[in-house]
Design a protein around this ligand. Structure first.
Ligand code: SF4
Length: 445
């Protein structure tokens, strides 16, 4: 999960890739989360349990072998096994503390997500110990999905066996591109041979759902190479393919070198080109039998391949965030943990609070959060929002929806609002239309 530094795409220059995030990952924007609301998290934890209300765990692994040039996450490439041990202990202590609170006691996660950084950076032994202890604190036996993000070069057959055995159902491989020169130019640690090797091991081990990530528009991407990437991913035939459009946030190596050279435009493809590449990929994937299920995902068998983490999160589930700089959501309160490794680990050792900032959302913000995030699925149900929040979205957003219809971005079918493919691929820049006035033009920091 990312810590976004986000700017609204500049309307006049939006064709070029300017620095900043365009991806809307939460609402209200992070810059409105504040230290003043941190005590609300503790009050919520002391309130009675909501029983069977959906809940999941996000576990953040902040380690990577190498820092990618486009990466804006807080990751560490220099931690030894002693530091990893310290981190695992701190996160388990955090989980133990949460598990004893009235709000969470006795609740079981319906999804678990290991994200990063690179969860597969941990050794087989570290993973076994971590997950055994996590399960003894808060059992996962009712989890519908356990996702684990991997960097292909960190995977051995033995490690994958361990990952499978501790219950991972959704294995996510950060491939990004199949071309070794592009991987190297973008600072990725792995090479294509490692992708094929890891994929074969994972398939042979029988993982239920294998997702692979690609990025359209990495440094030095070309039409011909992208076409080849799409052909290769179709050949690989994973259960799910996630395609992101490259963005260049401020705290990336790419932005640093842009600044040194006095450049305002990022040295990657412009937005229309990136959208063209995703469109081409989706067309090829559809021809190969995939279904496009969101702005970023194509799925081979939509009946049986779910993404519980995303769907629960986008419909307001509680999410317990563990680890440095992790983002969570409990009982309508957003929160983020301390963002520095030592600060976080030391605070856990001292039994101090590790929440850095929070936001007690209003009913309207909770409605808007779901409404905004669900547009990324390409379809929104007025009935759902009427019954859950009592909001008539057609009425409340009449002008915006009319404008979208007139622009050919929106259709209405069987009572649902549907985005066209073209609009779906631009959705992150369109969502700002729904932000409350006080959140418009906000910077995410
Ligand atoms: S592997 Fe992911 S988290 Fe690690 S440096 Fe690269 S982009 Fe960042």
């Amino acid at each position: 999960m990312s810590e976004d530094i986000f700017i609204k795409p500049d309307q006049e220059t939006k064709a070029e890739t300017k620095p900043g995030n365009y991806f809307v990952s939460n609402y209200p924007p992070f810059s409105f989360w504040k230290e003043d609301d941190v005590p609300c998290v503790e009050s919520m934890l002391q309130s009675p349990s909501p029983g069977t209300a959906p809940m999941g765990i996000y576990y953040h692994v902040p380690f990577c072998r190498k820092r990618c040039h486009f990466c804006y996450f807080r990751v560490y490439t220099d931690k030894n096994s002693q530091a990893v041990r310290k981190y695992i202990d701190a996160t388990l202590h955090e989980l133990e503390t949460y598990a004893k609170t009235p709000y969470l006691e006795g609740r079981k996660p319906q999804f678990v997500y290991f994200g990063g950084g690179t969860p597969s950076y941990l050794s087989a032994q570290q993973l076994t110990e971590l997950t055994d202890r996590m399960k003894s604190i808060m059992p996962w036996d009712e989890a519908e999905e356990v996702t684990f993000e991997c960097e292909p070069g960190t995977l051995t057959e033995k490690k994958l066996e361990v990952i499978k055995n501790f219950g991972v159902t959704r294995l996510s491989l950060g491939i990004e591109n199949f071309n070794d020169h592009i991987l190297e130019t973008n600072g990725r640690a792995h090479r294509s041979q490692e992708v094929f090797r890891a994929y074969e091991y994972a398939r042979n081990l029988g993982f239920q759902n294998i997702n692979v990530d690609l990025i359209a528009g990495m440094l030095e991407e070309t039409d011909a190479n992208w076409e080849e990437c799409v052909e290769k991913v179709v050949e690989l035939s994973p259960d799910c393919i996630t395609i992101y459009q490259m963005e260049v946030p401020f705290n990336t190596t790419i932005f640093k070198s842009m600044k040194e050279q006095g450049k305002l435009t990022a040295p990657v493809a412009d937005w229309p080109t990136k959208r063209k590449w995703v469109t081409q990929a989706y067309e090829k994937l559809e021809a190969a039998g995939y279904t496009i299920t969101s702005a970023y995902t194509a799925v081979k068998d939509p009946q049986n391949t779910k993404f519980v983490y995303r769907d629960r999160l986008w419909s307001g589930a509680d999410m317990l965030a563990l680890g440095v700089s992790s983002f969570g959501h409990l009982g309508g309160i957003h929160y983020q943990n301390l963002t520095h490794f030592d600060q976080y680990c030391d605070a856990q050792e001292r039994f101090s609070n590790t929440v850095r900032r929070a936001l007690l959302t209003t009913d309207d913000e909770r409605f808007l959060r779901e409404f905004i995030l669900q547009w990324k699925l390409g379809r929104v149900s007025p009935r759902y929002f009427q019954s859950k929040f009592g909001v008539d979205i057609r009425q409340r957003f009449k002008d915006i929806l009319e404008k979208w219809k007139e622009a050919g971005d929106l259709l209405e079918k069987e009572g649902e609002l549907l985005l066209t493919r073209d609009a779906l691929l631009r959705i992150d820049s369109m969502l700002h239309d729904f932000f409350l006035p006080q959140h418009q033009n906000a910077k995410y920091v």
